[in-house]
Design a protein around this ligand. Structure first.
Ligand SMILES: Nc1ncnc2c1ncn2[C@@H]1O[C@H](COP(=O)(O)OP(=O)(O)O)[C@@H](O)[C@H]1O
Ligand SMILES: [Mg+2]
Length: 320
């Protein structure tokens, strides 16, 4: 499939992100590797899974962490078979890098700056030369459109390593910032099926406010607003006073998604209460949320259909 032709299909069901989708496809089409830089919840996984699905490209997800080793990425010989017999290529358990190279897939590495430097160095040769030589297995050549896509959160500085110059020099950078307020409202509507604009507006306003609060290092992603709406709808079914439980659900949904500054003078709960109080008067009528059930179930089915089809067609390997 012509990668540049699929951008319209990828954009379907995604709010905004037109230029980011085109940038990713253009880089992949040109055989470039990518660093996606953005905080959590900025649609990185959503876009890559859709590209993989629409283009029929295998997708391998690896979570970067301190325990990742070159062998987990490349693969290793099964020790018991080697002991019984000898080093035969069929006893090699391929890791996600080897699979992605052989199958022309996407190797997506989340939290790239959390993995040890010796692991990221393993990627240099596949990215630069399109091949890797594995002792006793042979040389693996990358099939097009093999692409390494690394992601990192620019606000994450605890337990991270600086990405090496050698690696930076071989990738293209695509920044994924938070989307604007209108797009964020649309994302929440799409994901929750909630029609009541008051509830969607207030949830989005609250998470956006956490991103600029002086006591917060990393505010809530859009996942916080999605969770507020989903939980509030559930709570309404049990509530005797409609609208009275918004703060309870906001605390459940957002408290653990924000990351306080070391010097913060308030707790996460206090900040959410303060943010809620600053907006509450603008939304006098939070009761009786209108949930558009058809929309919710059809969008859910759409997402599930993509994922289950993808699971069958695309071999996904998660390495932790
Ligand atoms: N532009 C968007 N269009 C549709 N849904 C989005 C968009 N951005 C985020 N979401 C939704 O928000 C949640 C987080 O997005 P995700 O792609 O997992 O973020 P990331 O991988 O950057 O952490 C998912 O439920 C996703 O469907
Ligand atoms: Mg993700």
């Amino acid at each position: 499939m012509d990668l540049l032709q699929i951008h319209a299909k990828v954009a379907r069901g995604v709010v905004g992100r037109e230029i980011e989708i085109k940038s990713i496809l253009t880089a992949m089409d040109a055989g470039k590797h990518i660093l996606l830089e953005g905080p959590p919840g900025t649609s990185k996984s959503t876009l890559l899974r859709k590209i993989s699905h629409e283009a029929g490209i295998p997708f391998y997800l690896v979570e970067g962490n301190i325990d990742l080793t070159p062998a987990k990425l490349v693969g290793y010989f099964n020790p018991s078979q080697v002991m019984e017999d000898s080093y035969k290529p069929e006893y090699f358990e391929k890791g996600p890098l080897t699979r992605a190279m052989e199958e022309g897939g996407i190797l997506y590495i989340e939290e790239f700056n959390r993995m040890p430097a010796d692991v990221s160095n393993v990627l240099i040769s596949p990215m630069e030369e399109g091949e890797i030589s594995i002792p006793r297995y042979g040389t693996v050549k990358a099939v097009s459109p093999f692409t390494v896509i690394a992601a990192q959160n620019p606000y994450d500085d605890v337990g991270t390593v600086r990405i090496s110059r050698a690696f930076m020099d071989r990738i293209c950078l695509i920044k994924m910032n938070y989307q604007n307020e209108a797009e964020e409202r649309e994302i929440v509507r799409l994901r929750t099926g909630m029609d009541s604009s008051e509830i969607v507006d207030l949830s989005v306003k609250m998470v956006r406010k956490t991103r600029e609060h002086p006591d917060i290092k990393l505010g809530s992603s859009i996942r916080g607003a999605i969770d507020v709406v989903d939980l509030f709808v559930g709570m309404q079914k049990l509530a005797d006073q409609p609208g009275s439980h918004f703060l309870t659900t906001a605390l459940m949904a957002i408290s653990n998604k924000i990351w306080l500054n070391e010097m913060a003078s308030k707790t996460a709960d206090e900040i959410i209460e303060e943010v809620y109080a600053s907006f509450r008067n603008q939304y006098p009528d939070l009761s009786h949320p209108q949930k558009n059930a058809t929309e919710k179930s059809s969008s859910d089915n759409g997402v599930q259909a993509i994922e289950s089809e993808e699971e069958q067609r695309v071999k996904k390997k998660i390495v932790t």
